[in-house]
Write a protein that binds this ligand. Structure first.
Ligand SMILES: Cc1cc2nc3c(=O)[nH]c(=O)nc-3n(C[C@H](O)[C@H](O)[C@H](O)COP(=O)(O)OP(=O)(O)OC[C@H]3O[C@@H](n4cnc5c(N)ncnc54)[C@H](O)[C@@H]3O)c2cc1C
Length: 361
């Protein structure tokens, strides 16, 4: 076996497919390889590779902070069925890895698997900070008060009618099929993550205010934002989730073919996953997380008002582009200059020189 991928999430599967496409003898190990995913994965359309399997896309997006912003960018929900699909020649092993070396793993049942390279795609390790959310899928008609036809509501920071704590949360609302919409109450970043019970209370209050009952089937989101990335890893395990936004799927899908090429060429994969420029960008993003965590609740919507007033290329630099440190710094500096002084104090966390970072290599 040339490559063994530990973890059958979006990143592990994208890499397995890319490795098989390169002619590498590939296996993937996961405790429940047949279990469908319950997560709804979405991304800005222009950050996805052209062949990404899209289920539904919205032509434009909207953010409500203290004012409303329209964003002329497509936003897509991925098709999990197609995202999970693997080429026939990828060997799928059911098992839980309990010990991992660069060329072997030990499964919980005692089996040992060997390969030229073992890649850890087993998801992010826990850190201090996390993004938490509770979401429900409702008929489109029920979502009408929150989100318009053909659009994605990326964030609505208006307060829900009921809340047990002062923590800032926002409503995320995206179409997931022709007639259904996902409504999700989200705590962008908090250390520790905001309890799901609080998010559920707020979502229920938003819906109840419109006479809509809360469906019982919910999507629970827990995304570690500052876990320790690993070497010889991919996806969230490698630190590919944006520390200040929680997005990571587009990165994994875009990078999978490059990582597969590196593996085929015998190049260490961290050179592709963490080139110097991406490390530098990551530092600014970690600073962005620190700034978010330091803000007072009422400052968070204020911050996003400023952010979504930035020119679109600066928004993209900060949100999506991993390889443009100058662009990321430019976006952070522009935010700093535009911010009132009280917010500047918090943003100072994001532009001051970083003391260290946790990217591997
Ligand atoms: C509910 C939810 C919704 C999200 N939505 C978005 C979104 O819309 N857009 C976005 O960009 N990001 C989103 N994220 C964040 C991030 O992109 C996802 O967490 C993404 O799934 C990371 O992919 P991954 O393959 O690296 O890890 P994971 O999806 O966590 O997959 C890891 C896999 O490894 C397996 N595994 C774990 N331990 C072992 C072991 N010891 N042995 C073998 N296998 C193991 C797990 O069973 C799992 O199948 C979301 C996260 C969550 C939790």
């Amino acid at each position: 076996m040339d490559v063994l991928i530990v973890g059958g999430g979006p990143a592990g599967r994208a890499l397995a497919a890319a490795c098989s496409g390169r002619g590498l003898v590939t296996a993937l190990v996961d405790p429940h390889p047949e279990r469908p995913w319950r997560a709804t994965y979405a991304a800005w359309t222009d950050e996805l590779p052209v062949d990404a399997p899209i289920a539904v896309s919205a032509g434009g997006a909207r953010v409500v902070a203290t004012t409303e912003h329209r964003i002329a960018r497509g936003y897509a929900v991925l098709d999990n069925e197609r995202l999970r699909r693997l080429p026939d020649d990828v060997r799928v092993v059911r098992g839980t890895v309990v010990e991992r070396g660069p060329r072997h793993v030990v499964l919980r049942d005692g089996h040992v698997l060997r390969a030229g390279l073992v890649v850890n795609a087993a998801g992010a390790s826990e850190g201090r900070a996390a993004q938490h959310a509770v979401g429900v899928v409702v008929p489109r008609a029920h979502a009408e008060p929150f989100v318009g036809d053909g659009e994605a509501l990326i964030m609505d920071w208006r307060k829900p009618p009921d809340a047990g704590t002062p923590d800032p949360t926002f409503l995320y609302a995206i179409p997931v099929s022709d007639d259904q919409v996902l409504l999700e109450e989200t705590s962008l970043a908090r250390a520790p993550g905001l309890p799901l019970a609080e998010l559920r209370l707020r979502l229920r209050a938003r819906l109840a205010a419109r006479g809509i009952p809360l469906p019982s089937d919910e999507e629970r989101v827990r995304i570690p934002l500052d876990g320790r990335p690993e070497v010889d890893a991919f996806g969230a395990a490698a630190g590919l989730v944006h520390p200040a936004t929680g997005y990571g799927v587009a990165n994994a899908l875009r990078l999978a073919p490059e990582v597969a090429r590196a593996i085929a060429d015998g190049v260490p994969i961290r050179r592709v996953v963490w080139p110097a420029r991406a490390k530098a960008v990551h530092v600014f993003r970690e600073r962005g997380l620190a700034a978010l965590l330091a803000m007072r609740p009422e400052q968070v919507p204020e911050f996003f008002d400023l952010f979504f007033q930035l020119p679109e290329n600066q928004q993209r630099n900060y949100l999506g582009d991993r390889a443009d440190p100058r662009g990321a710094l430019g976006a952070m500096s522009a935010l700093f200059r535009a911010a009132p002084w009280r917010l500047r104090v918090r943003l100072a966390f994001s532009v001051q020189p970083a003391k260290g970072m946790r990217t591997p290599g």
